[in-house]
Design a protein around this ligand. Sequence first.
Ligand code: SF4
Length: 355
Amino acid sequence: MSAESELLEKIRTLSRPVKIMHICGTHERTISRNGLRDVLPEEIEVLSGPGCPVCVTPKEEIDRAIALAESGIIVTSFGDMMRVPGSSGSLMDARSRGCDVRMVYSIDDAIAIAEKDPESKVVFFAIGFETTTPTNAAAILRKPPENFSLLLTHKLTIPAIEALIDEIEVDAFIAPGHVCTIIGIHPFEQFAEKGFPIIAAGFEADELLLSILMILEQLKAGEYKVENAYPRAVKDEGNVRAQEMMDKVFKVTDSQWRGLGTIPDSGMVMRPEFSQYNASIIYADLIAEKMKNISYENSLSSLCHCADILKGKEKPDNCPLFSKKCTPSNPVGSCMVSQEGMCYNWFRYRGVDSA
Ligand code: SF4
């Protein structure tokens, strides 16, 4: 019997009606690709929370990046980010209009572009959760060239859960393994104290099944705690060196999330001593000028249900645009863009793609 079959057997033995939310796009990918929702007992519902960084980046941030690109600045970002719609198109659309928008695989690629062309101005559109923030902090501490800066839209996991926990109907959480490698498991203890089992999980199908089994065991025992089901990568205290680097370069600030509004203390901004690398400050006037005429009234995207999907309140096929006007090749909302997005995965792995 395979490890997955054994875990499923144990899960069936302990099965009960339960809603479990993960907060990680990579977890959603594993769950969808392996069809885990279909093999779990029906009464065990696995919901996708706001854990896909591309999905939660608001239109306003995309528009700011496009404003820079339209002003002759080289804007670099990860491939998925280039396809996320802002108020009127994506960075990819800006590129098709002649703007210099380049896909990179890391911040170091973006710095290399700046080094190679010192006369140009290069911005790295930096997205992501605690997982990617330390890499960007380390790059800034290495003092990149003066023509390089960051447009930041980093998000923090814990404040997002805090903001949602009273609003959503959830019994337990699977904590994102990548994020836990950085921040450890202790920051999640506050949720266990409120009665939510919470398990830090790895990214293989059997690791996710194990985390579900551990949640059921906690519920049966009536004991709610944070447990680490990903010890090969996660230390309870996290990566202290990475935390220090993050803290040195960035500080916590309120942040806007797509569909969720502004969440207190849920983002990161560059500390004043690194302002020379802060594109929001360097190009503040230019961004303000470009943004002042932007309208956020878009009839098609107003039908998008990403806000409720990111809160685990709805499934993608509740959205009237799903698989019709909104597909991976023509995404209307952010959840359809990335391989970590709920709508993308629903489209790819629940049969729609082959229709
Ligand atoms: S299908 Fe498209 S429009 Fe509908 S919720 Fe998903 S991303 Fe938004």
